[in-house]
Design a protein around this ligand. Structure first.
Ligand code: GDP
Length: 152
């Protein structure tokens, strides 16, 4: 019989989500402010790096939005400068990080959320966060390999 040596680890693994500190936030020196909000809310940063996406990589990342009027523009923006990609861990991480970020449109974002405080544009809205566990796994795999993930 095959022994499922990783079964227990998988079951006990906390929820993970994927986030980006977008190029507008990096250019405004907001990396530290965003990370502080995330850490203050109790999410753990378990992987992180600064990258600059090519247009093709940005298009692959936002493939779900292909065909939408803002697809070209948002992928130009996402490849316009460096950004910080990260994996966050914690209880109910996907939902929790979405709540910390606030609504896509900063005008609708609740007070105290990252987008409410820092965003000035529906497109250049400071941060990205996965909207489901399934998408989080895809997005983590898009940017990180197993060696880059902190294991403890
Ligand atoms: P998110 O999950 O809250 O980031 O929002 P979506 O998945 O709906 O959209 C992805 C990203 O595309 C957003 O974060 C914005 O940067 C951009 N975006 C969304 N809606 C619009 C829009 O109506 N106009 C423009 N210009 N950009 C948009």
């Amino acid at each position: 019989m095959v022994k499922l040596i990783f079964k227990e680890d998988n079951l006990s693994m906390k929820d993970r989500t994927f986030g980006i500190i977008k190029p507008d936030a990096v250019s405004k020196n907001l990396i530290g402010a965003v990370l502080k909000r995330i850490e203050d809310e109790g999410l753990k940063i378990v992987a992180m790096k600064m990258i600059r996406m090519t247009k093709a990589q940005a298009k692959g990342f936002y493939k779900v939005h292909e065909g939408k009027p803002f697809y070209e523009s948002v992928t130009d923006f996402m490849s316009s400068g460096p950004c910080v990609v990260m994996v966050l861990e914690g209880d109910d991480a996907v939902k929790k990080y979405r709540a910390i970020m606030g609504a896509t449109n900063y005008k609708e974002a609740k007070e105290g959320t990252i987008r409410h405080i820092y965003a000035t544009d529906i497109e250049k809205n400071i941060v990205h966060g996965s909207d489901s566990r399934e998408n989080a796994e895809f997005e983590i795999g898009y940017f990180f390999n197993a060696l880059e993930m902190k294991g403890d």
